[in-house]
Design a binder for this molecule. Structure first.
Ligand SMILES: [Zn+2]
Length: 368
């Protein structure tokens, strides 16, 4: 993983590169941000850059002996730690092969995808005590080949109290040791760990970077690339969800939902909400974001038809749907309520319940 392969995040890349060039690499850093913003790929590219023997102003060389080992994540001075279920063993090193393959395949993966790789979707994952001991042991050795030993810990949220055994190590690390922690949710990390690390706070990926990625790597047409890069809101995970929904079944789903709301039939609303409760969280989020963007189109349409990014069936839908709303205010209210439902679902609200309430509000604000 080179910096060039990390999508967007220009500002963070630059400041990480500067830290290496000025010889001021903080010894413990915590990358914070949604999985889909790319904390893990950034940390991987950073570690490679730190270790590269022939780095350029902007990236690792890709050819030196260090880079070659980093290409398969098998450099002896790069240590990984990550959550895994008890059934898989006591230490990360026991499933390092699976881990390497998984991050080679998709460095933007989230915990759910990782658990799928391990065939353990329903199991609890954590970073156990034996693993913490192992970390202390391997970091007490001198670096083998590089100037630095690097420990990359993915999702320290999964460290229990056991994590406290690492504190002294993070506070006074052995010489030439660097900790890179990649996390999503600071509320779930031991406060003692947060206070001993320097935060690298990520932002969503720049829309233009996602757009370029879709054009160059996915060979999408401009209009579709524009639409998907806008809807995915800087989140690569969401972007791939939207991509796999190629001829967006979201559209049919939205149409079905709105017809139910127009019919104002409570039993149908309840059944529909139960049905969507079976969706994966990411898929459901993708659908709600898609709905928000389309219905925003309905709000904007009467005033500024020309700025609507949709064509084809979506555009026809937007034109027709206008006739079913009483006023623009009602439509804005509907959009606002979908946004609220989305954030409720992100905070683990009960999906069928949230969707039933939401559909009820929508039904009330539409003509029959
Ligand atoms: Zn190199």
């Amino acid at each position: 993983m080179n910096f060039a392969q990390v999508i967007g995040q220009y500002y963070t890349k630059e400041s990480l590169i500067q830290s290496v060039q000025k010889g001021r690499i903080p010894h413990a850093q915590l990358f914070l941000g949604k999985t889909g913003w790319g904390g893990l790929p950034l940390a991987l590219a950073y570690a490679k850059y730190i270790s590269c023997l022939n780095r350029t102003e902007t990236d690792s060389c890709g050819e030196c002996s260090s880079c070659r080992k980093y290409a398969t994540f098998t450099h002896p001075d790069l240590h990984f730690s990550f959550p895994f279920p008890r059934e898989k063993g006591e230490k990360s090193s026991e499933i390092i092969g699976e881990w390497r393959n998984a991050i080679l395949d998709n460095p933007y993966m989230g915990i759910l995808q990782w658990m799928q790789v391990l065939d353990a979707e329903k199991k609890q994952a954590n970073i156990p005590l034996a693993e913490c001991r192992e970390i202390s042991k391997s970091l007490s050795l001198k670096p083998f080949e590089s100037e630095f030993k690097i420990l990359l810990m993915w999702l320290p949220e999964y460290l229990g109290k056991e994590g406290n055994s690492l504190l002294k190590l993070i506070e006074e690390p052995p010489p030439n040791t660097i900790f890179l922690l990649v996390a999503e949710n600071p509320d779930k990390i031991l406060g003692t760990i947060i206070s001993r690390t320097q935060s690298v706070r990520l932002k969503p990926i720049e829309e233009e970077a996602l757009y370029d990625f879709l054009i160059k790597n996915e060979k999408l047409e401009e209009e579709k690339a524009r639409r998907i890069s806008t809807i995915s809101q800087g989140d690569y995970t969401l972007l791939t969800d939207l991509l796999t929904e190629t001829e967006s079944p979201y559209f049919e789903l939205l149409k079905a939902w709105m017809s139910i709301c127009v019919r104002k039939s409570m039993p149908e609303i309840v059944a529909w909400s139960e049905h969507l409760g079976g969706f994966s969280k990411e898929n459901l989020k993708g659908f709600l974001l898609y709905s928000i963007e389309i219905l925003r189109g309905v709000v904007v349409f009467p005033h500024a038809e020309e700025i609507i990014p949709w064509a084809g069936r979506e555009r026809v839908f937007i034109e027709n749907f206008n006739k079913l709303t009483y006023s623009i205010n009602d439509m804005e209210l509907i959009v606002k309520n979908i946004e609220m439902a989305l954030s409720n679902i992100e905070r683990n609200g009960r999906v069928p319940l949230v969707l039933t309430d939401l559909s009820y509000v929508i039904a009330r604000n539409l003509k029959k």
